[in-house]
Each structure stands twice: as C-alpha cells, then as structure tokens.
Design a protein around this ligand. Structure first.
Ligand code: ZN
Length: 66
C-alpha cells in the first residue's frame, strides 16, 4: 500500500502489517517525518515539530533589524 507524501507527492510504500499507530515513517524523497495516526484505514500525518509556533516572532525580530 502506498501513501502520497503531502510534501512532495512521492508514493511512500507501507505495509500496514509492519507499522503500528504512533510510529513514524520518513519520506525517502524529502525526508518529511510522517506519523501513523491510523492503520485501518492507513492514515499518515506530518509530525508537528515543537517550536515552529515561534516562527512569526522570529520574523518580527528580523524586520526590526532593517
Ligand atoms: Zn516527501
């Protein structure tokens, strides 16, 4: 079974018998980490990395330096 990577649309082949919920798989093409949120039906979701919420704050600081 193949799931399309949400980032680069590369088919990621996954055997539902080989993975468990909560496991992460990685897209070989772009390196995106995907978490198995369900195995029946097979569903993957990008792993949200902590700290990205601060992205807007970092951008504000850069603008102040101009
Ligand atoms: Zn990808």
């Amino acid at each position: 079974m193949a799931i399309l990577c949400p980032e680069c649309d590369t088919p990621i082949t996954i055997d539902p018998d080989e993975v468990e919920e909560g496991e992460t798989v990685q897209c070989e093409e772009c390196g995106l980490d995907l978490e198995v949120i369900s195995v029946d039906p097979l569903e993957l979701a990008p792993v949200e990395e902590l700290g990205y919420d601060d992205e807007d704050d970092i951008r504000d600081i850069d603008e102040d330096e101009e």
